[in-house]
Design a protein around this ligand. Structure first.
Ligand code: NAP
Ligand code: HSE
Length: 428
């Protein structure tokens, strides 16, 4: 008789308990599909006395996740604690060193230490899987590594942080400002323990770094992701974008060209009628473009107990079936170093700035943009009561590097108040 697959689960929070529930609720289905019973032998979390809403009495308890990872009665170590250093990293390394396969949902860990962990796993003949690390319940890693394995990927992009998309879409729908909606997310429990991971674009940047590595056969390079958060987006930006037929999204784009590997996770204007523009609330979307298939759009819940546990279980079922694939879709030693593209392809940009309401102010802005070779496509100045006037400008195509030089020059003048907001307009 086939032996059961024995899991040790470290982390019994939102995702960990979701996994326990699926394994208990769907035992027969999982066995029918994989040909093996999937059992939990031991679990770990910080507080053994916490009521987690499900009975854990059938499982051995380990307070130390490293001890759990090393247990002889565990075949697969399931890491659902989070954090890119400390307990999660130590326990995964211990699991691989003691002959366990690993399943994790930890995007920060994979984006930062993915290469070293993949090499350790392969050196030990073990497997590390992390479907849940990117876009929650959407099987995007499986799509790239399996279904699209025959394609050369040309571009991967998407909205991969539900909290940011929730804030941005609710700003438009309710007319409430960023701070009000940030507080609403805190009340609803949507924010990471460090909210800057969400609103600073870091969480989504981790996800993009993982996807780029798989898509382009490169070592995960989170430090090369150009990151910008949504904290400076104001209702005026949302309204102006809507007036022009756009929506603002925290958009991740990864593409490889002769200029190098471009990875950016920044707020952008996208056409309101595009699939990405129509994405509401906490939902995620990943768009994959490739030579043979052309375009695939994946949409689904990017977070939460059920969706994230669903992705974890996809990996667990693969291991139960004996399906083994390298972490980033090809052997870790064959992943290439990719030089980061120094600047993205030219695009139009949306600019918002506060100008001193005095003669010659607009002329000075136009002159600085003109000297940088940046042509103005559209411009608006709104009525105002303050001594400064809000001015919106849409440029013709230019590179971000050229624009940044012009923005630096604008900031040194005495007509521009504060730092202008500059958002790329992404025609999809
Ligand atoms: P969570 O609710 O905060 O749960 C974390 C769990 O880990 C808790 O049970 C905690 O124990 C345990 N833990 C933390 N540090 C520990 C340590 N040093 N030793 C032992 N146990 C420790 O987190 P989560 O939302 O389930 O997220 C888990 C992972 O999934 C993270 O990597 C996260 O980024 C990823 N993820 C989450 C989602 C989501 O929707 N939540 C989506 C995609 C990916 P106590 O309960 O005793 O405090
Ligand atoms: N904080 C993440 C989000 C959840 O808002 O999408 C899990 O990745």
């Amino acid at each position: 008789m086939t032996q059961p697959l024995r899991l040790g689960i470290a982390g019994l929070g939102t995702v960990g308990i979701g996994v326990v529930k699926i394994i208990r609720r769907q035992a027969a289905l999982l066995e029918a599909r994989t040909g093996r019973r999937i059992e939990i032998t031991a679990v770990s979390a910080r507080d053994a006395s916490k009521d987690r809403g499900v009975s854990l009495k059938d499982y051995a308890w380990e307070t130390d996740p490293v001890a759990l990872a090393k247990r002889d009665d565990v075949d697969v170590f399931v890491e659902l604690m989070g954090g890119h250093e400390g307990a999660a990293k130590n326990a995964i390394e211990a699991a691989l060193a003691t002959g366990k396969d690993v399943v994790t949902a930890n995007k920060a860990l994979l984006a930062i230490h993915g290469q070293a962990l993949a090499e350790q796993a392969e050196g030990a003949g073990r497997i590390i899987r992390f479907e849940a690390a990117v876009a929650g319940g959407i099987p995007v890693i499986k799509s790239l590594t399996e279904g699209l394995a025959g394609n050369e990927i040309t571009r991967v992009m998407g909205v991969m942080n539900g909290t940011c998309n929730y804030i941005l879409t609710r700003m438009e729908a309710t007319g409430q400002g960023y701070n009000v909606l940030f507080d609403e997310c805190a009340r609803l429990g949507y924010l990471e323990a460090d909210p800057n991971l969400d609103v600073g674009g870091i969480d989504a940047g981790h996800k993009l770094a993982i996807l780029s590595s798989i898509a382009f056969g490169t070592k995960p390079a989170f430090d090369d992701v150009q990151l910008e958060g949504i904290q400076r987006i104001e209702l005026d930006d949302i309204r102006a974008a809507a007036d022009m037929g756009y929506r603002i999204k925290l958009l991740g784009v990864a593409q490889r060209s002769a200029r190098g590997l471009e990875q950016r996770m920044t707020p952008c204007l996208v056409p309101a009628n595009s699939p990405l523009g129509q994405l509401e609330g906490g939902t995620n979307m990943v768009v994959i473009e490739a030579d043979a298939v052309e375009q695939v759009v994946l949409r689904g819940p990017g977070a939460g107990e059920g969706p994230t546990a669903s992705a974890v279980m996809g990996d667990v079922c693969d291991l139960a079936r004996g399906f083994r694939i390298p972490a980033f879709g090809q052997p870790a030693k064959t992943l290439k170093e990719a030089p980061a593209a120094q600047t993205g392809l030219p695009a139009p940009f949306y600019l918002r700035m506060s100008l001193q309401d005095k003669p010659g102010a607009l002329a000075e802005v136009a002159a600085i943009l003109g000297e940088a070779g940046i042509s103005i496509d559209r411009m608006r100045q709104y009525g105002h009561e303050e001594p400064t006037a809000p001015v919106l400008i849409v440029t013709h195509k230019c590179t971000r590097a050229t624009l940044d030089e012009a923005l630096d020059a604008l900031e040194t003048t005495d007509v521009v108040d504060g730092t202008p907001v500059a958002l790329r307009i992404e025609e999809l």
